[in-house]
Design a binder for this molecule. Structure first.
Ligand SMILES: Nc1nc2c(ncn2[C@@H]2O[C@H](COP(=O)(O)OP(=O)(O)OP(=O)(O)O)[C@@H](O)[C@H]2O)c(=O)[nH]1
Ligand SMILES: [Mg+2]
Ligand SMILES: [Zn+2]
Length: 291
């Protein structure tokens, strides 16, 4: 048996990298029966057939699994937004951070297209994420700014580039490795949105070691099923305080002597992040009422 990593899954075929060879594989029949899914990033065992084709017999235990984009065994999630065209959707960013925390991934925030700004300092919301402890990169494929930082972050790890359509995920990989020639498309001038150019998740080797997944953009994210009282754990900037709330059952909304609200009042928590927390709290309560 040969062991390798699934780098792409496409109309019933699985591409498995083992050393220098990419094996084009089908699944053994029992997978279809057991409905077990095979994801990009999965480590698998395959039996070789002719001309670098094979049959996948076994999927090894997953270390983690990210819900959107759907990938397994990732070391790091880099969430990409554009400074402009399309404008950053911070609600979507906060949702993605929750999905990443749920998969026990440490997210890195990458703001691309900073060449479209007069001054990065004007983005006060970025500081809120730095304050929350997330690493933030400001980059541009047009000017080359920050690309070395991105290269360093990707090197030697298995990473996923996630984010809305049109923010420049594929462009960033092309800028780091021009030989990739990944397809990119201009953002629609009418709607200001991307055109969903990348259609499949694909793990790509990074020069100097590591793999990075280019992925299709998303425009909405559902919150995972989380207990209302546990939501705070997914906000590291709020979670620092909740241990000192008066009530164990505190949801940090209307309860008296809430340490989170006290920190907010003292300017230690970014108000925008707290608003996201309340919005998601509401959404989880709605979810619970419906089911
Ligand atoms: N001004 C500017 N434009 C950029 C930059 N990076 C990418 N673009 C443009 O943004 C558009 C979208 O880029 P893509 O790389 O296709 O975006 P994507 O995130 O891969 O989009 P999907 O594959 O649809 O998810 C292209 O027209 C790029 O030329 C940048 O740093 N500055
Ligand atoms: Mg793309
Ligand atoms: Zn509280």
């Amino acid at each position: 048996m040969i062991e390798g990593v699934v780098t792409k899954a496409y109309s019933g075929y699985y591409y498995v990298q083992s050393g220098e060879i990419i094996w084009t594989c089908r699944l053994r029949g029992k997978f279809r029966l057991s409905k077990q899914t095979v994801l990009v990033g999965d480590r698998v065992r395959l039996k070789a057939a002719e001309k670098n084709t094979g049959i996948i017999y076994e999927v090894l235990k997953r270390r983690n699994q990210l819900a959107r984009p759907l990938v397994a065994n990732i070391d790091q999630a880099v969430v990409v937004f554009a400074a402009s065209r399309p404008d950053p959707n911070l609600d979507l960013l906060d949702r993605f951070l929750i999905l990443a925390e749920q998969a026990t991934l440490k997210p890195v925030i990458c703001l691309n297209k900073v060449d479209l700004l007069k001054d990065v300092q004007e983005l006060s919301w970025l500081a809120g994420y730095r304050q929350a402890g997330y690493p933030v990169l400001t980059v541009s494929t047009k000017t080359g700014r920050g690309l070395e930082d991105l290269r360093k972050i990707l090197s030697g790890k298995i990473s996923v580039l996630a984010g809305p359509s049109g923010v420049g995920k594929s462009s960033l990989l092309n800028a780091l490795q021009p030989e990739l020639q990944l397809k990119t498309k201009t953002v629609s001038t009418k709607t200001g949105r991307g055109k969903h150019t990348t259609r499949h998740v694909e793990l790509i080797p990074v020069a100097g070691g590591g793999l990075v997944a280019d992925t299709p953009g998303f425009s909405n994210l559902h919150l995972p099923v989380i207990e209302v009282r546990e939501l705070v754990y997914y906000f590291p900037d709020l979670a620092k305080y909740y241990g000192s709330c008066r009530f164990n059952s505190c949801t940090h909304h209307q309860e008296p002597q809430c340490a989170v609200k006290k920190a907010l009042a003292q300017g230690e928590i970014n108000p925008r992040r707290y608003q996201s927390y309340l919005r998601f709290l509401n959404e989880l309560m709605e979810q619970k009422r419906r089911y």
